[in-house]
Write a new protein. Structure first.
Length: 395
């Protein structure tokens, strides 16, 4: 697959996720330690919730067909055992408390008047008013959480409600991280991408193993990759994926495995490559920092599923002319006073693109400061000043 569109890349990553992501062993962990982990089994309810009809407001439990005034017969709190109410009686009740049998509604405190005759209320009370019915939240044997879902505080709350203290989760991936480049190996420039990749892996709640850095040499690259495949579940490589004389990642994948995808119609991030060696995934990213970063954002789909970044709509501060048609362009922006300032131009945090010049992704790709952007615009069309644009916010 060569020069795929962004939507085709999304489809490929979804297919790879379905095929490979869940293919790992499981383990049992304490509920409080399960945050960010992938649930390995379906969760069915083992109880009804609520176990009784309960009040959702502080007020008075009544039978909606009774006519006031009603005698107040007692008080009910969450720890009060359920009682049976006689007709014509009302009970002071607090939020979360069980309704007496025979009561079917709550008159909230603000609508109640207490007199010597008892409880008065002036609006007709409908059955079920301010009442959560027994079993209406969770039914017994109901499928609540499906296997494969990432556990967040929301799932922890549900599991706690079911008194589940341990859960079965997928074991964490061990992701090998490898940098390439003579200039990095010799210490001429710093390895920026590997720490960034490892940070993403940690953010996605998987484990990483830093493999190191190898020179732009086919045999050395092969040695590093084949060795890492023995103890890693997949590998992410940065650099060596373009079309230069010393870019060997694609050749290695084709020689030793299967090339799935090479190049995306997206700038920065165009050289992104995906392959299989020994039935394990190889994700290869551009060596330029901004390009590697965008490729990692694409890999979110594989690691965490189809969870989009948050989006805001704001006007853009400057015209942006694109250089080449048939590409999707990543325009890094800073949100300043409600305007999207495109990185690279005057008045933005980076001033590297000449005025009245087309957008130059090759310049932006090489910068590190672009990663301080608040988000990005994905567009295949020129943008005009003050045009409303969708900004995908970084997290």
């Amino acid at each position: 697959m060569q020069f795929v569109k962004v939507e085709q890349l999304d489809k490929v990553l979804t297919e790879l996720r379905n095929k490979f992501f869940f293919r790992r062993e499981t383990e049992i962990v304490e509920l409080i330690d399960s945050i960010g982990r992938i649930l390995a089994e379906d969760i069915y309810s083992n109880t009804l919730l609520p176990k009784h009809n309960i009040a959702t407001m502080d007020g008075y439990a009544v039978n909606s067909s009774d006519i006031p005034p009603l005698k107040i017969a007692g008080e009910i709190f969450p720890d009060t055992s359920p009682i049976k109410a006689e007709r014509g009686l009302a009970y002071y009740i607090t939020t979360g408390s069980p309704l007496p049998e025979g009561s079917d509604a709550v008159v909230k405190i603000e609508d109640a008047t207490i007199t010597e005759e008892g409880l008065l209320f002036y609006e007709k009370i409908e059955p079920g008013k301010y009442v959560l019915l027994k079993g209406s939240d969770i039914r017994e044997n109901e499928l609540l959480i499906e296997a494969g879902r990432r556990i967040t505080p929301r799932e922890v709350a549900i599991l706690s409600a079911l008194n589940i203290q341990k859960v079965k989760v997928l074991k964490k991936y061990k992701v090998g991280v490898l940098a390439t480049g003579n200039e990095i190996k010799k210490g001429i420039i710093r390895d920026i991408n590997s720490p960034m990749i490892m940070s993403f892996i940690k953010l996605w709640n998987e484990d990483y193993q830093y493999i190191g850095c190898c020179n732009d040499d086919y045999d050395e690259l092969k040695e590093h990759v084949m060795k890492a495949l023995k103890f890693c579940d997949l590998i992410i490589i940065s650099g060596g994926v373009s079309v230069g004389k010393k870019d060997y990642v694609r050749k290695l994948i084709e020689d030793e495995g299967e090339l799935i995808l090479h190049k995306v119609k997206m700038r920065p991030g165009k050289p992104m490559t995906i392959g299989l060696i020994k039935n394990k995934l190889i994700f290869a990213l551009p060596g330029k920092p901004a390009g590697a970063f965008i490729s990692l954002l694409n890999l979110r789909k594989f690691f965490i599923g189809d969870i989009p970044l948050p989006v805001i709509k704001i006007p853009i501060k400057k015209d942006v002319k694109l250089p080449t048609p048939e590409f999707e362009y990543i325009i890094f922006i800073k949100n300043i006073d409600g305007y999207a300032y495109p990185f690279g131009y005057k008045d933005s945090p980076i001033n590297i693109i000449p005025e009245n010049s087309n957008y130059q992704p090759s310049l932006i790709s090489n910068t590190v400061k672009a990663l301080l952007a608040d988000g990005f615009i994905l567009t295949s069309e020129d943008l005009e000043k003050d045009q409303l644009v969708e900004v995908n916010l970084f997290y």
